[in-house]
Design a protein around this ligand. Structure first.
Ligand code: PAF
Length: 281
């Protein structure tokens, strides 16, 4: 596996790959866990050249968020990716990605979807995500790009951006990887104390209970959301939201049948956990 740190070098390598390979990219912020590795495996199944990127993107962190303390483990990540037969790792510096400074940088924004759910609690977060993702697409020029469904809103926004801006990349969503007790894998799970780690699966279990109710035909959305929020609070979380939404518009479901998705975000100690579950009706 080659490790490349500059855009110039990446473009040179990318050109050598030429037109004969199907190129896939897996963008990450590093500190890789089994969820990331599933994205890599999915990419390798579908593509003949796999690029992983590791970059902790300051643009998507709010001023009081965890950019400085976000776990960084590049040497370990590189070993893991090498073992997984990744062809190329792109790990640029901050200066390489934002040479004019992060506050002077052009941004890309997807209206409406960005203000829902996590967007309401993390202003401009998704503009930071779309901006870095479009840069990574421009730099790596992939045919396919792989993102986890755990970040369903992020995935939906990236798919919408790619379509609206006619970017020739197929954005593929990969199902969430969970621990044995249901907790969705996330780099931020590291922030949990042992006691909090014991409580953390309650988020998934609470969303799953709503999902079962919806599956049985219950449509009292507000009541389901409220009682789940209460349950999370009782378990020790500080919930940001529990919301039943249309999977593509991310707004309240327009009808009593058809697919929906249950979303939740809640703080537990230092960690902000998110999760979501799809429901067919
Ligand atoms: O999901 C992530 O890890 C990040 O939001 C992404 C897509 C790598 C952009 O920084």
């Amino acid at each position: 596996m080659e490790v490349v740190k500059t855009i110039h070098e990446l473009r040179q390598r990318r050109r050598i790959q030429g037109l004969h390979k199907t190129v896939g990219v897996v963008p990450t912020m590093g500190d890789l866990h089994a969820g990331h590795l599933r994205l890599i495996d999915r990419c390798r199944e579908q593509c003949t050249f796999t690029i992983a990127t590791v970059f902790v993107n300051p643009l998507q962190f709010g001023p009081s968020e965890d950019f400085a303390s976000y776990p960084r483990a590049l040497a370990k990540d590189a070993r893991e990716l090498e073992r997984r037969d990744v062809d190329l790792l792109f790990a640029p510096s901050l200066e390489e990605m934002y040479p004019d400074g992060q506050f002077e940088h052009a941004t890309v924004s997807v209206p409406n979807l960005c203000d829902e759910l996590c967007g309401a609690n993390r202003p401009r977060h998704f503009d930071g995500v779309t901006t870095v993702v479009i840069k990574l697409f421009q730099i790596t020029q992939p045919d396919f790009a792989f993102f986890g469904e755990k970040d369903w809103q992020q995935l939906t926004i990236i798919q919408r951006m790619t379509k609206q801006l006619d970017i020739p990349v197929e954005v593929v969503g990969v199902p969430t990887c969970r621990e044995a007790d249901g907790l969705a894998m996330s780099s931020r799970n590291r922030y949990l104390s042992p006691a909090e780690r014991g409580i953390a699966p309650t988020l998934f279990l609470t969303l799953r209970e709503i999902a079962m109710n919806l599956h049985e035909g219950i449509t009292t959305y507000a009541e389901l959301e409220e009682s789940a929020t209460e349950k999370l609070r009782d378990a020790g979380f500080k919930p940001d939201y529990v919301a039943i939404r249309d999977p593509s518009t991310l707004k309240a479901p327009a009808s009593a049948d058809g697919p929906v998705r249950v979303f939740g975000a809640a703080r537990l100690g230092r960690a902000r956990l998110i999760d979501n579950i799809g429901v067919t009706r």
